[in-house]
Each structure stands twice: as C-alpha cells, then as structure tokens.
Design a protein around this ligand. Structure first.
Ligand code: DGY
Length: 329
C-alpha cells in the first residue's frame, strides 16, 4: 500500500513528480494556505507531509494527523513554526531544506542592502510621481558600500554567503554569533565580535541572519537601536519578529536609522496601510528571499527526497530532530 502524503501548497513540479511516483499524493491547491483546521483535516491519517512556513505545526496538528505520521518535511530553512517538543512527543521526524536557499537568500540580502543604501525606493517613487525635474548635486544621496563595515548577526550559511559578497564589494565584515558552532565563511576576512553591543557600535550596515528564537525575538528594539551608529542601514531577511516593528518605525521616521531593507516583517503579510509601508526610507519585499526558479525547484526536490527517505527508514542529513529516529514510533 502506498504512503499517504499531504503537501500544504502547490510547490514546483520537480518535487511533486518525485512524490507522485511513490505516494498517494494530496496537494492543497489554494493560493492561500490552509487554515489550521483545514490543515489538521487534510493531514489526518497521512504518513508524511510537506509543510510551509505559513503552517502551524503544533501538538494539535500531530494529534489530528494520528499515529501514522512519521515525517513533516519543511519546504523551508526556518522552523520557528514547528513545536519541536510536540514533534518529539509524537515521534515525528522534522526535516528542512537549508542548503538549497543559501545563495539566493544572500543575494537578496545584498540586493536589499545596496538598494536601501542608495535610496532605490525613493528614486523609483520620485520618477513615478513626476518629481524628477532635473539632475541635482544634492538629490538622493545615499551611503557607500565600499569602505563601510557590515555587521552580520548570525554567521550561519546565509550570513557567511553574504559576508563573501560584502568582502568582494570592498566592505569590512564583523559578525556576532553566540553559537560556538559557526560555519566558517570561506576565504572572506571577517572578524568575530564578542557582543551584540560591539557589533552595533561598529557597523554601518547591520544584517540579520539568525533563526527566530526567544533569544532573538526583538533583538533589534529601542534599546539596541540606540547602540547603532547614526545613519546605519538595517537589513532583515531572517524573520520579522527579530525586529520590534514599532521601534523600527520610530527610528526610521527620526532618521536615526538611515534606511531599512526588509524581506520579512512583523506582522506578515504586512497590510498595505501599515506605517512602515509609506516610509520613504523603508524598502519592503514580500518574503521572497528564496524565490528564484532554480532555488524553489531545489527546495521542492530536497523536501520530497527528505520525506521519502524517512518513509524508507533512512535518516536524511537535513533532519532537525535526529534523536527521534531511534525512538520507537
Ligand atoms: C525559509 O526557508 O526559512 C525562508 O524564509 C523562506 O524562503
């Protein structure tokens, strides 16, 4: 009997075809994610599920799924939407796709950094609104990347990939990462600083690359913004709640922060009438860090393979809770 698998959104065909060949596949085809109730309903009796960052994977999810569920394979690197204790309790393996999206997300972080520094949003608005009346020596001056210091919070895969790009563009890179298990950023000459305060005090640009945890929620807030260099540029491609949104709005309005480039926000999605949206110095994208054709294909294939590996009783490398594998199901 083939395994029952639910996929909580249409993912690239490259992944679906792998699953279709081996499983009894049910795919949520709506543009919007299933509600928690719909998700629980569809996952009932499944052996495995591919889920997205918009799905809440908690004790109620595992209870609804029932004892057949062996694996939740995340089409994502981040897993702050998963209750890992509940997964352990339910003996469900959780996997993710961290390597596939490193370069695309670092490219987008770099794009946001340069675009925020050079006031690209204001420039576009200016042209669209008919404000471009002349070339002017004082018009839309921004910040240089070359010669500036980039402070990276969280030196994991994406932080390291951004560091390489920044160094290639003539920036100095410092980083803060409380974890001793830091991925070395290759050849890029980077300097580790001991504290967040030191990083904030030294950096002209600050980019967030940490997971969202209780420790990193609001790591950027009123008190830490006060430690940043005046005129600093802030970039977030990690998770929205790493920044206290109200404090950011205030700092951008007062030009305490020169500009922000955000791919993630809190809340998400951000309503069009949210105060952040109308700020000229805040450039916002709708969480598209990994959105390239090849990256999304690779994520789909990776998520499908991870899921099948577990169903075939093999432990995928990208398992977030490998200890569960040896527990009786
Ligand atoms: C992730 O995978 O965690 C990203 O935020 C989505 O691309």
């Amino acid at each position: 009997m083939s395994h029952r698998v639910f996929v909580s959104r249409l993912i690239p065909e490259a992944g679906l075809e792998i699953l279709r060949a081996r499983t009894d596949l049910d795919v949520w085809s709506g543009e919007m994610p299933p509600s928690p109730t719909e998700l629980r309903d569809r996952v009932k009796g499944c052996d495995g599920a591919i889920c997205l960052l918009s799905d809440t994977i908690d004790a109620a999810f595992f209870k609804a799924a029932g004892p057949a569920l062996k694996v939740v394979s995340l089409f994502a690197a981040g897993y702050n939407n998963v209750d890992m204790n509940a997964a352990r309790e339910a003996r469900v393996i959780i996997t993710n796709t961290p390597d596939q999206l490193t370069e695309a997300t670092a490219e987008l972080a770099f794009t946001l950094m340069a675009a925020a520094a050079r006031r690209v949003k204001e420039g576009i608005d200016n042209v669209r609104d008919g404000q471009w009346r002349t070339w002017g020596p004082l018009i839309l001056r921004g910040r240089d990347l070359r010669g500036s210091t980039l402070g990276i919070i969280g030196m994991g895969r994406i932080g390291a990939a951004l560091a390489r790009r920044a160094v290639a563009f003539g920036m100095q890179v410092v980083f803060f990462d409380p974890s001793p298990f830091m991925i070395p950023p290759g050849d890029a000459p980077v300097t580790r600083v001991a504290t967040l305060d030191e990083l904030l005090g030294r950096s002209d640009f600050v980019s967030l690359h940490c997971p969202l945890t209780p420790q990193t929620r609001h790591i950027i807030r009123k008190e830490t913004i006060a430690l940043m260099k005046p005129g600093c540029v802030l970039v977030n491609t990690a998770r929205g709640p790493c920044i206290d949104t109200d404090a950011l709005v205030d700092a951008l309005k007062k030009d305490r922060i020169f500009a922000a480039g955000l791919d993630v926000t809190d809340p998400e999605p951000l309503p069009a009438d949210h105060p952040l949206v109308s700020l000229p110095n805040c450039l916002i994208l709708p969480h598209v860090g990994s959105a390239t054709f090849s990256t999304r294909d690779a994520m789909a294939v990776g998520a499908a393979r991870n899921l099948l590996d577990v169903l075939d009783n093999r432990l995928p490398a990208d398992t977030l809770n490998p200890d569960v594998f040896s527990l009786p199901h």
